[in-house]
Write a protein that binds this ligand. Structure first.
Ligand code: ZN
Length: 474
């Protein structure tokens, strides 16, 4: 993948960048994990979707592929971007980025697993660093080429004699040459990634049909669309010969007709329903999942749309029905807790959230919401437990801004003011508000014993540089 897909952060609706307006478990948190280039002007990152259910499913899709690719030990994370267009990309060797749109459009687990396999092929092939290097070189050469072109034009304008110079044609050549060699390089890598992907799918006894279907769909798209196509198509060129190669290659896959297990397909359907439920407007959700659709996924989507539109009162029965239909599904309890908490019934949210946190395989995000609900109850006897839970959460995931904010509140109530200031300062760092972070850290430093671990952390924040231009008057 190329940097060309750097998402257009600034164009996203404001509400997606304000974590407080959104549920924590399904939160669009500001990402601090991206290079400064991808950051919005306010220092906020991309709107990232955090959701225990979706992340767990993607973990299960990804891990076998990464192991087959020899990347099992690299601790590669999947990051879900809140963008409706189809895209998936690797920006470094540690993260695979997938747009919500790719998950929403992929009808089977196998389709999205195919995309993950292709991206893993790019990482395993070392394309990332080489591609980057190639591009940075090409950019320099292109700039030189363009400079030559411009230089020639300027020269041509200033002197008629230059127009007849045979050297002029040669001077404009590099630009075209560089463009062509760059594209050729990318195509070679696409073929390599395709071959690697089929290898990984074979090794994990999975069908290559989903990948083939997805890429064929893109190839059809590329016949009709040149602009406005999905970013995935733009970054992974899909010329006819690549599709032909891929079709030949896919025939070597012995698991072509193998279907995804029914239970996995259902979890996939539930994940898509959840994304539609949370991201689309409630009326659009009802059009996609009309009342006559009584599948679990449709009921899930409608319950989410219902609570978003009318709070827990408009959806609690629907959620209870979901729990009755699948009592072992922790995420239905999580949804109930979330709906209750956000409707101002935090005390009632505790039981379903505790249950969900106990049953979910990787409950960190649910624990964060449980901590938040405890803080929201205003119950002094819950404060200590909230501190313990939230401390554990932010130790494992220090970028969870909302959890840091809740931890600061919980600390404040226990009278641990130095810790409260430090957690607030850390939350401000995550928001990209370095000025506030430094002020809070200064105060924390005065409250901690000099040289203590908290004092050292605060001191690090005090020493942070303000982003360029932050000191300018507005
Ligand atoms: Zn590719």
């Amino acid at each position: 993948m190329m940097t060309a897909t750097t998402p257009k952060t600034a164009r996203w609706p404001q509400r997606f960048t304000r974590p407080l307006a959104l549920p924590l478990a399904f939160a669009m948190a500001a990402s601090v994990m991206l290079p400064a280039k991808a950051q919005a002007p306010q220092g906020r990152g991309l709107p990232i979707i955090r959701d225990a259910e979706t992340e767990q499913l993607l973990r299960e899709y990804t891990q076998p592929i990464l192991r087959a690719a020899g990347l099992g030990k690299q601790n590669i994370r999947i990051v879900i971007i809140n963008d409706r267009s189809f895209n998936a990309f690797v920006a470094d060797g540690h993260r695979i980025f997938i747009n919500a749109g790719a998950l929403m459009e992929s009808e089977t687990p196998n389709q999205i697993i195919g995309v993950i396999a292709h991206e893993a092929g790019h990482i395993a092939g070392g394309h990332l660093s080489r591609l980057r290097e190639q591009i940075s070189k090409a950019e320099t050469q292109m700039i030189v080429g363009m400079l030559l072109g411009v230089g020639a034009m300027v020269a041509g304008a200033s002197s008629r004699n230059v127009g007849g110079n045979p050297g002029l044609a040669a001077m404009t050549l590099p630009q075209e040459m560089v463009k062509r060699s760059l594209l050729a390089y990318v195509r070679t890598q696409e073929d390599q990634a395709d071959r690697a992907a089929v290898k990984f799918l074979n090794a994990t006894h999975q069908s290559a049909k989903g990948m083939s279907d997805t890429f064929k769909r893109f190839a059809d798209q590329s016949l009709f669309l040149s602009r406005g196509a999905d970013p995935y198509l733009q970054s992974h060129p899909m010329p006819a010969e690549r599709v032909a190669n891929l079709t030949d290659l896919a025939k070597t896959n012995p698991y072509w007709d193998k279907k995804d297990p029914a239970a996995l397909q259902q979890r996939h359907d539930l994940m898509r329903a959840k994304l539609y439920g949370f991201i689309d407007r409630p009326d659009a959700v009802l059009r996609r999942y009309p009342m006559q659709d009584t599948s679990l996924a449709a009921r899930y989507a409608r319950a989410i749309a219902g609570y978003r539109a009318a709070g827990v009162r408009g959806s609690v029965n629907q959620i209870d029905e979901l729990i009755k239909a699948q009592p072992g599904n922790p995420y239905f309890y999580e949804l109930k807790g979330q709906a209750l908490m956000e409707s101002g019934r935090a005390a009632e949210a505790l039981a379903p959230l505790r249950h969900a946190a106990q049953k979910a395989p990787n409950p960190l995000l649910i624990q964060a919401m449980l901590g938040q609900a405890m803080v929201a109850t205003n119950e002094p006897k819950l404060t200590k437990e909230a501190v313990a839970i939230l401390k554990r959460v932010v130790t494992r995931e220090p970028e969870l801004t909302e959890a840091l904010t809740q931890l600061a509140m919980a600390y404040g109530r226990t009278g641990a003011l130095a810790d409260a200031d430090l957690a607030s300062a850390q939350a401000a760092v995550m928001r990209g508000d370095i000025r506030t972070a430094r002020l809070l850290a200064e105060r924390a430093k005065k409250r901690f014993p000099v040289g203590s671990p908290g004092w050292i952390k605060a001191d690090d924040i005090v020493g942070m540089k303000l982003p360029a231009g932050a000191g300018a008057p507005r």
